[in-house]
Design a protein around this ligand. Sequence first.
Ligand SMILES: NC(=O)c1ccc[n+]([C@@H]2O[C@H](COP(=O)([O-])OP(=O)(O)OC[C@H]3O[C@@H](n4cnc5c(N)ncnc54)[C@H](OP(=O)(O)O)[C@@H]3O)[C@@H](O)[C@H]2O)c1
Length: 335
Amino acid sequence: MPPSTYREVRLAARPGRDLGPEHFEIAEVPLRAPAAGEVLVRNLVLRIGAATRTLMADAHGLPMASYEPGRPLRGSALGEVVAAPGTSLSPGDLVRHDFGWQQYATLPAANVRRIDPARWPDPAACLSQGFAGWLAVDRVARIRCGDTVLVTGAAGGVGCVAAQFARLRGAGRLVGTTGSRRKAGFLLRELGVDAVLVRGEGPMEEQLRAAAPEGIDVLVDTVGGEQFQSALALARRRARLVVVGALSGQAAGGTRSHVALDTLALCSRGITVSGLSATDHRASAERWEEEFSAGLREGTLTFPHVRLSGIDQAPGALLDLLAGRHLGTVLVEPT
Ligand SMILES: NC(=O)c1ccc[n+]([C@@H]2O[C@H](COP(=O)([O-])OP(=O)(O)OC[C@H]3O[C@@H](n4cnc5c(N)ncnc54)[C@H](OP(=O)(O)O)[C@@H]3O)[C@@H](O)[C@H]2O)c1
């Protein structure tokens, strides 16, 4: 029997530049029984992501609606169907949806996606945001054998997956960036990265020049700012620079990321800069899930993540993620 109430995390007030615990509120709310065509889901795992910070602003460039003060936050979640009258879903089915940050959700069945538990060694891996990293590597940059590849934010949820696919697709030299020595060690030991540039340990361009003296062929960029600029400086002829995110601005509460572009360098070296939005590639989502889940089953890919327990941990998990204290995807079990 589901409880009569559950807890959800709300945006208490829009933050300015500094986000703190005071911007979150945990509220107890009545559980609503599903009408015909709706599904009641008990959330098992929520994903915490950097985009949540950006969506707290009332004006931003992301293709999603802003969060509203006094309303629950949203985000990807994996849950178990409790009841789904008048639908093809059954109690116990695993589903993915976007009503995270709460213990239960009642939503239209059309807004959930059934997850096949046999496909995933750990079904929580279906929450990986690696889709964007895979798209960057496979569909946009089209990495070729021997390419020198730079993945910025390589220890993040997108970056960890992009780095692994770059290696699988034959990157000759693979360079990553991160914010700490601890994460650098992980990238070198566990993900097969050849060299790591550490934020705060000297100018990025100098570090990149030392790590890739011949320059780079591909950039998968989740950070922007100085890191994008350094990649452009070291881009070889016909380099493909793919912009996936702008963590350097987002982590500090910004909603814009500006860099100066030397357009003469772009045309003289035939460099391509592509912005990528995963929402434009929904038709490839099934193919991504097939490849990612098969790689996890076969052991050719991993899903680096941390998993915390308790919905009251969710606000702190976001603050810690933005401060660079976590590695890989950040998950919370909202028990
Ligand atoms: N285009 C799309 O369709 C799409 C889809 C999904 C996600 N995204 C975007 O992709 C980006 C990466 O997402 P994610 O989920 O992988 O991020 P994430 O891991 O959740 O991001 C947190 C990481 O950002 C890094 N960071 C914090 N402050 C930073 C700073 N000042 N400069 C550089 N890095 C900083 C930290 O890593 P280190 O300590 O290792 O530096 C931290 O662990 C985000 O911008 C997200 O919005 C885009």
